[in-house]
Write a protein that binds this ligand. Structure first.
Ligand code: TXA
Ligand code: MG
Length: 311
């Protein structure tokens, strides 16, 4: 079982941008400092998933959660009924939300939860920053409920594995969104839908799997920049802004990574797309990105953003 010294060391590793696996009451999480884009990028790299899906920010109490997003009265009601515990709430990002845009996968919403496992709570307090944590399994493997499961697959990728015994709940948190279209159940999990509805006093719609936000169609409406994207462009054409990869040449101020580092590129992707879009340019030409490691996820997002718009 993790000692206070282990937890202190893990908090330090997180603040330094390293990855830490830690127990929650649901499953073990693969944690990174949510405010550090490169640390968040390393989470995707460690999971080996060829796409960016949005991650849950973990905080030690509701007050810390309320600083990250805009909670409606109903969202606050679920927070006070179920936190700390296995419910994640998706709300609009606060204007000054310090969580990396990569963690939100470019969406303007954020998923937040306060876990109840004492080791998780101590770690979050000691870290003093929100911590993103998908389940600590490589993509396609089942979620880990013991420290041994985590070590088996991810040992080489994390600075510390904190041991907190068996996860009591054993399935992931229930995800409920509170966005413009009202409350929706996005994922079944540790708290049954009926209990959520009891607190709200009414039934909520369950979003079908195909309409979940990481499905391409749904994502486009949130994610696509206003500007059109032209991919695999060696150089900009007349009237285009250029988003490079590698050293800056004559094509303007934007590169995903001057050194050609895919971790840095992933961390800057959404920020730079927003930044270029804000200039009002009609088209962004994007340099070719090597299709390996995190490059697969970067290309996946770029392709979705470049896909023809369905109005
Ligand atoms: O129990 C859990 O929630 C575990 C432990 C470690 O806390 N974490 C977990 O994270 O299951 P992950 O990354 O495996 O699942 C995150 C879920 C996904 O279904 C994702 O689509 C959804 O949360 N999600 C995150 N941010 C979202 C957003 N802004 N909008 C909609 N869904 C979001
Ligand atoms: Mg998972």
């Amino acid at each position: 079982m993790a000692s206070p010294t282990d937890i202190e060391a893990a908090a330090r590793a997180l603040r330094e941008g390293q990855l830490v696996a830690f127990p929650t009451e649901t499953v073990y999480g693969l944690g990174a400092d949510a405010t550090n884009g490169e640390a968040v990028a390393r989470v995707y790299a460690a999971k080996g998933r060829p796409s960016f899906n949005p991650l849950i920010a973990h905080v030690p109490d509701a007050e810390a959660a309320f600083a990250l997003g805009a909670f409606s009265p109903e969202a606050k009601a679920l927070a006070s009924a179920f936190w700390p515990g296995p419910v994640s709430l998706v709300v609009p990002r606060a204007a000054d939300c310090p969580v990396s845009l990569l963690a939100s996968a470019g969406l303007d919403s954020i998923a937040i939860r306060v876990p109840s496992h004492p080791v998780a709570l101590e770690l979050l307090k000691a870290t003093g920053r929100p911590v993103v944590a998908p389940s600590a399994n490589p993509s396609g493997k089942i979620s880990p409920t013991t420290a041994e499961h985590v070590r088996r697959h991810l040992k080489d990728k994390v600075a510390v594995v904190l041991d907190g015994g068996h996860c009591k709940v054993g399935v992931e948190s229930t995800v409920v969104s509170f966005l413009a279209d009202g409350p929706r159940l996005l994922r079944h999990g540790g708290v049954p839908k009926a209990e959520i509805e009891k607190v709200l006093g009414h039934a909520i719609a369950a979003q079908s799997h195909s309409a979940r936000p990481h499905a391409p169609g749904q994502l486009l409406s949130h994610y696509a920049p206003h500007a059109e994207l032209r991919l695999n462009a060696q150089a900009p054409r007349e009237g285009e802004a250029y988003l490079g990869f590698g050293p800056l040449h004559a094509y303007g101020p934007w590169t995903l990574s001057a050194t050609g580092d895919l971790v840095e590129a992933a961390a800057s992707l959404f920020r730079l797309l927003h930044e270029i879009d804000a200039t009002g340019v009609a088209r962004i030409a994007v340099a070719p990105i090597p299709h390996q490691g995190l490059g697969e996820a970067i290309n996946d997002r770029l392709m979705r953003a470049a896909a023809p718009r369905t109005a």
